[in-house]
Ligand binder design. Structure first.
Ligand SMILES: [Zn+2]
Length: 475
């Protein structure tokens, strides 16, 4: 049976014990990118949260199926209620670049996949594209019309928000308040300004358009995620996204899911937004970063990953370049401890490793507690510090070193995935010289020891003397 996992559910506003529909299995639907531009680090915070969730659930013993979509049509520039003023983000970019909208989507999908790889985000089990689910989206719209929750007007189809009494339950918005605050729109084909588009009529020049029962058109953004989750998962246990997805995107998804076929998703997780240097990220303020921008500045994907993951997903993260520098030193510290433990010579006597087992348990408990990464990382550094302290005192045993290495390579790295696990293998010549040097030092023949150190150095390896023995590092 998997370990107990608690998660903060936006729907109830509380931390709850995760109980999936089928014991031991977790079905995840994660809102993916809209591929009209490079995704920025704020977008990636939410994608990394989904990656972390997937890994933590697997670590806890769940069999996880993760779906993360690609929105390649239908995300309007003004998506509050997908009204007539909004322009499809991808179509807009295509116009600006003078290329085909499908080519824009394809290009930025590829860039996105490259960025994901840099950040070591694990592959989802399914990566559907909205354009591959056009029929399913029309089917849901049709079903909603038949049930009286939607209506067609001038070739578009709208959802009657007020008809769904639970509308607002995710975001906490009240229908009355929304109604009072709604703008009076030029678009009068809607019965109410709160109604949102399931399908939009396309102008003849619009490149992405499909034949539908209501004429040529394209789907609205919200219905895509309903179609892809319902189409790929018999039920969804957890839905994730950034907090800006809560309203209207996820609120509308809930309305569509529950009114079309009682497809109820019980857990909703949202990553808080991100600030850069204490301010909202914006191109005009010069604090807008894509993954590529940071790679060009010389930071590694693993450092960006660490910096974005190290703060709990529900705290507003203030991202600074300094946090990348800190990430680098944290990773190096762990990496170095692992390298020393692997390559060092330690006491051959067995010793008590209970302290490592206890801390591992503490680490797992922290991750299972609503993905408390700060507590989990504190435990990682406790293990590293204690191991290094023992090493410096010459009291680290082979067994302890082995357990620490095992913890860092699996427990830690299966979740955080920032270590380079390939260590350079020490060549035989170096090994032989190291053995000779070890002998020389036992005999207190310091002159021979120094000669051997130089010979090893000529082969490109530096000897480090430890209290417990010696280790080597590639120069
Ligand atoms: Zn979505």
């Amino acid at each position: 049976m998997p370990a107990k996992v608690t998660l903060h559910n936006t729907l109830t506003g509380q931390k709850e014990v995760f109980t999936p529909k089928v014991e031991g299995q977790a079905n995840l639907y994660c809102c993916g990118p809209t591929v009209y531009d490079f995704a920025h680090i704020g977008n990636f915070r939410s994608f990394l949260m989904a990656d972390l969730l997937t890994r933590v659930l697997r670590y806890a013993g769940y069999e996880v199926t993760k779906v993360q979509n690609i929105t390649d049509v239908g995300h309007l520039t003004n998506d509050d209620f997908a009204d007539a003023d909004g322009e499809d983000k991808i179509a807009k970019k295509a116009k600006a670049e003078g290329i085909d909208a499908f080519a824009v989507a394809e290009k930025f999908t590829q860039y996105f996949l490259e960025d994901e790889k840099e950040l070591r985000i694990s592959e989802p089990d399914h990566r559907p594209k909205a354009t591959d689910f056009i029929q399913e989206q029309m089917d849901i719209a049709q079903k909603l019309i038949e049930k009286g929750f939607a209506y067609a007007a001038n070739g578009s189809v709208y959802f009657r928000a007020a008809k769904f009494t639970d509308y607002g339950k995710l975001s906490g918005n009240k229908l009355d308040d929304l109604q009072a605050g709604a703008r009076v729109e030029v678009n009068d084909e809607k019965e109410s300004p709160l109604d949102f588009a399931l399908w939009k009529q396309a102008a003849p020049e619009h490149l992405m358009q499909w034949e539908s029962p209501w004429g040529m058109g394209f789907p609205g953004w919200h219905i895509e995620c309903s179609a892809m989750s319902q189409g790929l998962l018999p039920h969804t246990d957890i839905h994730t996204g950034g907090e800006d997805n809560i309203f209207p995107h996820h609120e509308c998804e809930i309305a569509q899911n529950e009114c079309s076929c009682d497809y109820t998703i019980p857990y909703w997780l949202h990553a808080k937004h991100l600030l850069v240097d204490g301010k909202k990220m914006s191109k005009s303020k010069g604090n807008f970063f894509t993954i590529r921008d940071l790679l060009t500045k010389g930071y590694k994907g693993t450092e960006i990953r660490y910096a974005l993951l190290a703060a709990h997903y529900r705290t507003a993260l203030n991202f600074t370049e300094d946090s990348l520098v800190q990430a680098r030193s944290s990773i190096e510290r762990i990496q170095e401890a692992r390298r020393l433990m692997v390559n060092g010579e330690w006491l051959t006597v067995d010793s008590d490793t209970d302290w490592i087992a206890d801390l591992s348990q503490k680490y797992q408990a922290a991750l299972c507690d609503d993905m408390n990464v700060s507590d989990a990382l504190a435990v990682v550094f406790e293990i590293v510090s204690e191991g290094m302290k023992k090493r410096d005192a010459g009291s680290l045993s082979d067994e302890e070193a082995g357990e620490i290495v095992n913890f860092l390579e699996t427990d830690f790295n299966d979740i955080f995935d920032v270590l380079d696990l390939e260590l350079e293998t020490i060549p035989i010549e170096v090994e032989t010289l190291l053995q000779q040097r070890s002998e020389a030092r036992k005999n207190k023949d310091w002159a021979a020891s120094d000669v051997l150190r130089d010979q090893i150095r000529e082969l490109g390896w530096e000897v480090l003397d430890e209290a417990g023995g010696q280790s080597v590092k590639k120069v």
